[in-house]
Design a protein around this ligand. Structure first.
Ligand code: BGC
Ligand code: CA
Length: 376
């Protein structure tokens, strides 16, 4: 293109010189010289333009390579595969990562089997493999500082999910400007909503024996996890904030697990038949509690109340059937998408805030169907 232009202009200049040589005026010679000069200038401009075009093309090619997620490797550590909620979470996470352009072959999700040493090993393996980003659901939130040091030391960006590291740890990411963030909901909100579901029913309905106090039993998740601590504290606090007196009959650790909770609630109900409310830190344990409530010949909504958290499909069906008083939607869709988006932002260099939150939703028979429909 550039060459053609130069030769065309040179030919025109030569033609003009020839004309000048054939006895034409000086003007013709001057014009010929001017045309020749213009030809040189045009040629130079063309060269500059060509160079700029090459540079632009290189920049475009480079950035296209950077955002080509299909080549990026993602390591995902889940604290335990045998957890109903985390199963929903990781399934949605993988599907969403693929929908955003990652290759399924480059996404590796591993089971920490509820053992921190196992998980730490898995993290080390991911580092050796040179993954581009890590998404970690820690077995022990208290191991977060060690995990962060390992991952940041390897210069790999890190997205924590579901089990929130403590405030000191989060402050460290910010003060060091590290590529580390947490994506999750504030468990205090879920606890408060559990309590509010009962408060909304009115004290007269919930205080079944009319002694002016709410007799309850609490089934906790893994107490190392802030979700368990906050739900335990804030569910009861919501009753107290409404001016209700409370009477804790039993408080047991069910470790988020259905079968464990079933056993614990069976024992509790036989020791404390006056129980009016069963609080469970999650739905898996509420489903276990329900089995024991029914085995004890009790009826939810008539002679006992039962609330959970997560909005598992089975729990939503129980809420609709009246066999569970309510639950709280723990939005695994928003959280998994938020975690994947944060991972992408680290990969592309856009960066992230140090805390990425999301809201819980109170669920009773009034809205359980619409939550169920939204999950289909
Ligand atoms: C969920 C539980 C789950 C736990 C795992 C919580 O947010 O409500 O169902 O077992 O996370 O860490
Ligand atoms: Ca009572």
């Amino acid at each position: 293109m550039k060459k053609k232009l130069v030769s065309l202009l040179t030919v025109s200049a030569m033609t003009l010189s020839l004309l000048a040589g054939c006895g034409a005026s000086n003007t013709a010679t001057e014009t010929a010289t001017e045309v020749a000069e213009t030809a040189t200038e045009v040629a130079e401009t063309a060269t500059d333009a060509a160079e700029t075009a090459t540079e632009v093309a290189e920049t475009v090619a480079e950035s296209a390579g950077d955002s080509d997620l299909a080549d990026k490797k993602v390591g995902v550590c889940i604290y335990q595969f045998a957890d109903n909620f985390m199963t929903l979470f990781r399934t949605e996470l993988e599907n969403y990562l693929v929908s955003q352009g990652f290759s399924k072959d480059n996404i590796t999700i591993v089971d920490g089997a509820n053992d921190q040493a196992t998980q730490t090993n898995q993290i080390q393996n991911f580092i050796t493999q040179g993954v581009d980003v890590l998404i970690i659901n820690p077995v022990n939130s208290s191991s977060a500082a060690t995990i962060t040091d390992l991952v940041v030391g390897a210069e790999i960006p890190l997205v924590y999910i579901n089990r929130e590291p403590d405030a000191d740890e989060e402050a460290r990411w910010e003060s060091n400007g590290w590529n580390v963030t947490y994506v999750g909901c504030d468990a205090r909100q879920s606890g408060t909503m559990q309590g509010e579901i009962l408060v909304d029913l009115g004290q007269e309905a919930v205080d079944l024996n009319g002694d002016g106090k709410i007799q309850y039993i609490m089934i906790e998740g893994d107490p190392e996890n802030v979700d368990a601590q906050y739900r335990t504290e804030f569910s009861v606090k919501a009753l107290e904030d409404a001016g209700w007196a409370v009477d804790c009959l039993d408080d047991q650790v069910g470790n988020w697990d259905q079968a464990t909770a079933q056993q614990l609630v069976a024992n509790s109900l036989s020791a404390h038949p006056e129980t009016e409310v069963v609080f469970c830190n999650n739905d898996a344990m509420a489903l276990g509690a329900l089995q024991s409530i029914e085995a004890a010949g009790r009826k939810v909504g008539e002679d006992i109340y039962l609330v959970g958290v997560d909005a598992l499909t089975e729990a939503l069906e129980d809420v609709l059937a009246g066999t569970m008083t309510g639950t709280v939607f723990n939005d695994h869709i928003a959280q998994s998408h938020g975690a994947a988006d944060a991972a992408i932002n680290f990969i592309t260099g856009a960066g992230n805030d140090y805390y990425i939150g999301c809201d819980y939703v109170k669920v009773t028979a009034d809205n359980a169907q619409s939550v169920l429909d939204s999950l289909k």
